[in-house]
Structures are given as structure tokens and as C-alpha cells.
Design a protein around this ligand. Structure first.
Ligand code: MN
Length: 309
């Protein structure tokens, strides 16, 4: 598709083959926290999660393990920034819980869940392997998902829109040609940065930290992504990247953002009738504890206090 170009160059592939070697040899040890036996799992048709940032201290691994142990689905999309390759390259950080998450995802694939991994900008070193499959996990640059009620959704990470966002204000006057030019610029800016060994430059991250009006930024981002989906002729779009979970409608096009596992701890799910829902996992845990108390069953639940910070 025009908006999502392939990333390839011979110089890059050499680097990426090394990365693949590392991924293939990645030691997936038995989990430190074992999976619960035969516990009740909430079943969904589809689950989307993204922005987990494994390999960083920011990743809320404990909550994600709890999520993975209490849910199941026919299909699961990993919508990018799953592993933070840029941070890992600087400083290797890989606690047992992060291994546990990789183990659980691979176990899910073995149990028959279709798993599609769409790398983001933090795990862009995996993008050149789009079209391939490792351990039952399909790697794709973008995906198209048909819901149970027949809607077609485009699934992307969302960093594709960083440059267009920067120029959004004046681009709204000059129209489509420059819109696509700016889209291409994003690729070249980051290809150049990569050549100099610089990490991917993310506008959304910069903007969220520097722009006073983050709310306005997020709203504009959502609009730009929804507009791209409309141009592509799909009914909606699922993305991540800006760490802000949301379900919105823009002129009949649905915008879904599955949030993150650094601050929000969200998942986007599709029920078996095609109904979409955003889960806020700390709340789900609280409800679970509440339900147990209501039925008189004593259960020791993990505290969610830590997550609120
Ligand atoms: Mn991202």
C-alpha cells in the first residue's frame, strides 16, 4: 500500500540478519511465574495489544502476565513496540517476567491462537521480516482484519503518521500531494537517522513531552490516522504508538487505539458478535476482586495500587 512502504536495502539486511539470529536464539526459558492450571479465561474473537516495551523498566509486565493468564482469543494482534530494541541495544535489561511474556505468547500460538506481529518503531529491526513466520507468529508490516459483523479494519502501529502530524496545520490547506510527500519524508528522515546509528525519531513522543496542549495533539493524530483509513477505503483502523487508548468515530470511520502496557495497561478486544471494547486491565482486576467478595468467595488478589502511579 502507498502509505506503508517496504523497508529494504542491502546494507540494512546484513544488520537485520544478525538481529534475526539473536531473535531465533533468544533464550525462552520456562516461565518464572507458572501459568495457572485450568483457570477461567475470558474468551474473545480478537485481542489487540501494543506498546509493551519489553526490555525496559517501564513495561508493566506483572499486569500483562495477569492479562495473558485470564484471556484467550482466536486471533491476537501484537500492534508494535512489543520489544524495545533501541533501548535494549543501549543497555541490556531482561528480567524473568519479560521472558515469561514471550513464553506465554509462544505458548498461545502453540495452543492454536493465530498471532500476528506488526512491528512498530521501537522494534523496527523486525520489520524486514514481514511476510515471514517464527514460532507460529506471523510478522506483517500491516494487516487487514474482518470483524464478525463484516467490517474491514486496517491494523498498523501508527508511527507512519509522525511526520504528517508535524506539518498537519498547513497541509490541511495544500491538500493531498504534499500529504503524501510528507508521508514519504518520514521514511527518509528515519532511514537517514538509521544510517548514522540514531534511533527512530518519534514525533508523538517528542510532542507529548514538549507540547503544552497534548490533548489537542492526540485529537489531531487520531483525525489524521482516521483520514488515512478513509482514503484506504476501510471501515476503521486499529493502531497504537501514542499510548492513548481510544475508540472514536470520524465521519463514519472508526478509530481504535489499543493503548499501552507502560501507563494505561489496555487491550482492545472484539467480542464474538463483532462488538469492540477497550479493556483497562487494572479495573478488570478490581472488578474480579469485587465479584469474588460479592459471592462470598475469599480470594487473594494482586494489589493494583502500584499501577495507578
Ligand atoms: Mn511506537
Amino acid at each position: 500500500m502507498a502509505v506503508l512502504p517496504d523497508i529494504e536495502s542491502s546494507a540494512d539486511s546484513a544488520v537485520h540478519y544478525n538481529a534475526l539470529g539473536n531473535i531465533a536464539d533468544f533464550p525462552v526459558k520456562p516461565p518464572a511465574i507458572p501459568e495457572p492450571d485450568g483457570g477461567e479465561r475470558q474468551k474473545y474473537r480478537t485481542i489487540w495489544i501494543s506498546d509493551i516495551h519489553l526490555g525496559t523498566k517501564g513495561c508493566n509486565a506483572e499486569l500483562l502476565i495477569d492479562f495473558l493468564d485470564h484471556t484467550d482469543s482466536e486471533t491476537m494482534y501484537l500492534v508494535g513496540d512489543i520489544i524495545d530494541g533501541w533501548r535494549l541495544k543501549k543497555k541490556f535489561y531482561w528480567p524473568a517476567e519479560h521472558n515469561d511474556i514471550v513464553w506465554r505468547v509462544l505458548k498461545r500460538a502453540k495452543r492454536g491462537t493465530r498471532i500476528v506481529y506488526i512491528p512498530g518503531n521501537h522494534d523496527e529491526m523486525i520489520r524486514p521480516f514481514s511476510g515471514m513466520s517464527f514460532g507460529g507468529v506471523e510478522i506483517k508490516r500491516a494487516a487487514f482484519h474482518t470483524t464478525a459483523d463484516g467490517r474491514e479494519l486496517m491494523v498498523i502501529h501508527g508511527d507512519e503518521f509522525d511526520t504528517i502530524m508535524l506539518a498537519h496545520r498547513w497541509l490541511s490547506f495544500v491538500g493531498d500531494a504534499l500529504y503524501h510527500l510528507a508521508m514519504g519524508l518520514n521514511i527518509w528522515v528515519n532511514r537517514a537517522r538509521r544510517a548514522f546509528g540514531l534511533p527512530y525519531w518519534s514525533l508523538s513522543k517528542t510532542a507529548k513531552h514538549r507540547v503544552k496542549n497534548a490533548v489537542e495533539f492526540i485529537s489531531r493524530y487520531e483525525e489524521v490516522v482516521a483520514r488515512a483509513a478513509k482514503e484506504r477505503g476501510v471501515d476503521g483502523v486499529v493502531c497504537g504508538h501514542i499510548h492513548t487508548a481510544e475508540i472514536r468515530d470520524f465521519e463514519g470511520v472508526q478509530y481504535y487505539n489499543d493503548g499501552d502496557w507502560v501507563e494505561g495497561c489496555n487491550a482492545l478486544v472484539e467480542h464474538f458478535d463483532g462488538r469492540m471494547e477497550l479493556l483497562h486491565w487494572p479495573e478488570e482486576i478490581a472488578n474480579r476482586a469485587g465479584a469474588k467478595h460479592a459471592t462470598g468467595t475469599e480470594g487473594v488478589e494482586r494489589s493494583t495500587g502500584k499501577v495507578a502511579a
